[in-house]
Structures are given as C-alpha cells and as structure tokens.
Design a protein around this ligand. Structure first.
Ligand SMILES: [Zn+2]
Ligand SMILES: [Zn+2]
Length: 302
C-alpha cells in the first residue's frame, strides 16, 4: 500500500516536501494578510496593467495570492528562510483538488452528519485535522466550481486555498495529518453524490442507484459496528488510514447517540485496521486522533 510521507515539523522543510510531491505551495502570513502586489499588479497603482492573475507576467513571485504558489524549491527555500513561521498554503484548484472544509465553530460537524444522512457516507479519502479542530476532506477536482458554502459550517473549497500541516491556526493549534502524521496524496474523485444533478454520471439502460466509491452507502441509516468495520475493510489502498480515522470519528458520534458501544466499536476497528495491513501502532494512533477530535463536544449539541 501507499505508505504516505512524513511531513517535517519545520515549515520550510515541510513546504519543500510538499513541493517534491508536486504540490504547489505559497506563503500565508499568520494573520492571513496577503502580500502586497507589485505596482503593475496592484489595481490601485498608477502603473497597473490590467491582466488576469493566471496570465501575470510581472515576474514578482508573490503577486496575486495563491496564484503565486509554486513547486520551485529555490523560491520555497527563500520564502521560508525569510519568514520561517509563515504558514503553508496550497491552492485547491491549481493542485487539482476540491476540499470539503468542516468548521465546527459554525456547526460543520452537525452539517456533515446531516449531509451523510442524505447522500450516504462520503468516500474515504485524505483528511486533515485543521487547527480549528475541524476537518478537511481532500478529493480530486470535479473540473468546475462548486457552491461555496452549501451548509452551515461546510465549505466546498475549489477556487481557494487550504493551509497544510504543520501550519498554525490562530488558536495556536497546528494542522495535522491524522494518526501517525503521514501525508497521503489525495486520489479519490469528488463524490458523485455531491455533484450538481445535471453533472451526475448515469449509465443508460441501468436503473439509477448510488454509485459506490468507498464500497458503502447507507443513506438515512445509522452506523453499526459491522458497517463501520466494513467501511475500513472496503477502503482502497492508500486510503486505509483515512478510512479508519473516518470510521473512528463516526463510532464516537454514533456512540454519543447511544446507538453503539464505543469500546466494542474501537476494539473492532482496531482489529479491522490491522486486518487491512496497518500496524498496531498506526491503528492505535489513528483511533486516538479520532477520540481527540471528538473530545471537543462544542459541536455535539447542535
Ligand atoms: Zn506583480
Ligand atoms: Zn500580475
């Protein structure tokens, strides 16, 4: 299976590792205040030349926010040597991603549960725990822009950027890859159940039914220990850790509703994780990460 990549704690080293994986990154100030554009790119300036960011030829490497993102190691080295604490931004569309951003401060976890009740469980994929104790689910770009904020606390990020671990949130918490901290490059396509109706693929002559990307869809049904285990067992190679994390989060949520026994679920998920090839320590670390995320109950009341 895909073993994932260890991301260094040092921001400059981490940015260089992402770039080596062909991920475009750019500097983001802690305050998120953008770097000033050069006079030719600054609409307020007298020598502004009208142009689209993607067609900029000014040669100044920080103009136009996330459009400045690069995989050039020399430039990345320079940026983070100048500002070692700058956060690591990655534009979504330019990296071929669309990201589901779940923000617990605005009821995102409750919205995610409600969304999954409606369309079925989202396919397992690369996930990041945000510094705000939220979640980023990374999918391949569907090739067109998505509605920005379809539900309270949920943002479909495509024409924008996300911060990558180990960037620091304003709360002082770091973004992190769950479990053992390994990064897996996203490979799962954007969920077909979240496409606008006219974009949904349909196979003619076949009755319409939900296409399974992760192997399991249970619209409107409650998780059981068996279906959680099945979710882990069905995970595609390279997504096993993320699927285990996903299942462990659902185990907590379902246990909080009193529908399953948490200890029984965690024990079964631990066995399932090892059955699909994760090590015992990876499995424990991932299940602990899920427990840490759900230890914050601010969202559970929503
Ligand atoms: Zn410029
Ligand atoms: Zn420009």
């Amino acid at each position: 299976m895909n073993d994932g990549t260890k991301i260094p704690k040092n921001h400059r080293e981490a940015a260089l590792v992402y770039a080596s994986l062909d991920i475009k990154v750019f500097r983001v100030r802690r305050s998120k205040a953008p770097y000033a554009n050069c006079p030719r790119c600054d609409r307020q300036s007298s020598i502004y030349i009208q142009h689209r960011p993607e067609e900029c030829q000014c040669g100044v490497p920080t103009c136009h926010g996330f459009w400045a993102a690069t995989t050039d190691p020399t430039l990345i080295h320079k940026w983070w040597t100048e500002e070692p604490d700058a956060n690591i931004g990655a534009p979504c569309k330019l990296n071929g991603w669309a990201v589901i951003d779940v923000d617990p401060r605005n009821g995102g976890h409750a919205s995610l549960c409600a969304l999954e009740q409606r369309v079925g469980v989202l396919p397992g994929t690369t996930m990041q725990i945000t510094g705000g104790n939220g979640l980023h689910c990374f999918y391949g770009s569907p090739g067109f822009d998505l509605p920005g904020e379809p539900f309270p606390g949920i943002d479909f990020k495509h024409n924008g950027y996300v911060l990558l671990a180990p960037s620091m949130h304003s709360s002082g918490n770091r973004y992190q890859w769950p479990g053992n901290g390994l990064f897996h490059k996203p490979t799962a396509p954007w969920p077909s159940t979240l496409l606008p109706r006219k974009e949904k693929p349909r196979i003619s002559g076949q009755p319409r039914r939900q296409q399974s990307l992760s192997g399991i869809r249970r619209p409107g049904k409650q998780w059981t220990v068996d279906t959680l285990v099945q979710h882990v067992m069905d995970a595609a190679e390279g997504n096993r850790n993320a699927s285990l994390y996903f299942a462990a989060c659902r185990a907590h949520e379902t246990a909080e509703q009193g529908a399953i026994d948490l200890y029984e679920a965690e024990t079964a998920l631990s066995d399932a994780g090892q059955a699909v090839g994760l090590t015992a320590s990876e499995t424990i670390a991932t299940i602990r990460s899920a427990a840490r995320r759900t230890a914050d109950h601010t969202w559970a009341a929503a």
